[in-house]
Ligand binder design. Structure first.
Ligand SMILES: [Zn+2]
Length: 466
């Protein structure tokens, strides 16, 4: 049992008035000065001066803003080893990919495991309790099973993990972007996708492991793989994902290669619907936004990556107004180049306001996207609130620091508008502490650092760079 004592401020994630425990504020259902009791993986009780049973782990939360755990809906963990490479710092997407594929093709099992540990460590330390990952690169002669390595890393950090089994089958020789040694044939991909679902997918609302299927993008797979992947996903009731509408180059490519715009292609392949979410979604036109709204297809918004690659600004304001499900994502670390989850929340607010002005989006809206919104598009309908009976995925940020002084008239919004150190003091996933006093509980941070650096250097040496 864990007791959060005397919480300075709790963002419940439900509207004011819907909660009768403690004092709520007009800003949106926040609670002040309450205790939260966690038993098993659920929040058992919220209230003032609760009786704390003997033996409970007590966390003094009197300096903290307590948030539902943040949710990351799109990432490429392996890219943590190739962030900030001089050869890719200033390239746009297609050039950036072409340069990096020739390094990524040397990925080995150690690199996959330690890059996953590194990404999830960073995510956990910045408030993320649930993450997806999109690993689509399966190099020839890879001596290991990539999902097995990634799920082990998630368990070793303690994060809730809902990755995709990604795929690429269209290499340079077929008019795609990736080199031949990084792609697989359709039958191999589908057989391994099925095996991965059977081995790891758990459909329960509080599952620590889920699996989705994710053909990489229209420029690295073919139509047949997209169709067959959608069919396989639906057979098992797992979700589907892909990159879509990230750049205007993609529009040109799809019209030349398929004779259609990217979203039309997805519709024709069955890769659309309430069980599908796309990464980026910048270049949807008005008509296409209506299609997303009608089909309830989700979008993983990746503001830092979109800005870093100069790709553009997604129309998130309009998506929200139309009722399109939206989640937040840090995206791969070669285009962010960090896994700073709370930092991404701030990026989302700033980027929308560049597009739409000062009323473009509120702090509450971006936090809602980053919690409940993301959980929904990953298939978790019960995450994203701090209420009695809810699953205990919780992030505690210490706001009694210089950077928040003077900003605490609205403590929840202070996390978005102020601050520069985005680390949590404590993180609870499924009722268990994953970060305590700012450090990982289950994994050794120095060991992750040393092994990730070693794997990165090995990759650079094999690729003959630096
Ligand atoms: Zn991506």
């Amino acid at each position: 049992m864990i007791a959060l004592k005397n919480c300075f401020c709790v963002m419940t994630g439900v509207p004011a008035g819907a909660n009768d425990s403690g004092r709520s504020c007009a800003a949106g259902g926040d609670l002040f000065g309450v205790d939260i009791l966690i038993e098993g993986n659920r929040i058992q009780k919220i209230g003032n001066n609760l009786h704390i049973p003997a033996g409970a782990t007590i966390i003094d939360a009197s300096r903290h803003v307590v948030l539902p755990g943040l949710v990351n809906t799109h990432h490429h963990f392996y890219q943590t080893l190739t962030r900030n490479l001089p050869g890719a710092q200033d390239a746009k997407l297609f050039d950036w990919l072409t340069y990096l594929y020739d390094i990524w093709k040397y990925l080995d099992p150690e690199a996959v495991y330690w890059s996953s540990m590194l990404a999830m460590a960073e995510l956990a330390k910045t408030g993320c309790t649930l993450s997806s990952d999109h690993h689509y690169l399966y190099p020839a002669n890879f001596a290991g099973d990539i999902p097995t390595l990634q799920f082990k890393a998630a368990d070793d950090v303690g994060l809730r993990f809902a990755p995709t089994r990604g795929s690429m089958c269209r290499s340079k020789k077929d008019g795609g972007l990736p080199p031949d040694s990084t792609v697989q044939d359709e039958d191999t991909i589908l057989a391994h996708s099925e095996e991965t679902i059977r081995k790891f997918h758990d459909a329960a609302p509080d599952a620590m492991h889920k699996v989705s299927l994710a053909p990489c993008s229209p420029f690295s797979v073919n139509e047949s793989l997209m169709r067959r992947t959608a069919e396989l996903g639906r057979k098992y009731g797992v979700r589907l994902h892909t990159h879509l509408a990230e750049t205007s180059d993609e529009d040109v490519y799809c019209i030349e290669m398929y004779g259609r715009r990217p979203l039309q292609l997805m519709e024709d392949c069955g890769l659309i619907g309430p069980d599908v979410w796309y990464a980026h979604g910048i270049y949807f036109n008005d008509e296409e936004l209506d299609v997303l709204a009608r089909t309830k297809t989700g979008v993983a918004h990746c503001p830092a990556s979109n800005a870093r690659l100069g790709s553009g600004i997604a129309r998130v304001r309009e998506m929200l107004d139309k009722g399109i499900p939206v989640g937040l994502a840090v995206d791969g670390s070669a285009s962010n180049d960090s896994s700073d989850m709370l930092g991404e929340v701030r990026q989302a607010l700033l980027l929308q306001r560049i597009r739409y002005g000062s009323h473009g989006i509120t702090a509450r809206e971006v936090l809602s996207i980053a919690t409940k919104g993301g959980a929904g598009i990953l298939g978790y309908d019960q995450l994203g609130t701090i209420t009695e009976g809810a699953i205990a995925d919780i992030a505690l940020f210490n706001v009694m620091k210089l950077e928040y002084a003077g900003a605490l008239s609205d403590p929840v919004a202070a996390l978005v508008f102020s601050g520069y150190n985005h680390g949590v003091d404590h993180l609870i996933v499924n009722g268990k502490q994953v970060v305590s006093s700012g450090s990982l509980v289950n994994a050794n941070e120095e060991e992750i650092l040393a092994n990730a650096e070693k794997a990165a250097k090995r990759l650079y040496a094999k690729a003959g760079i630096l």
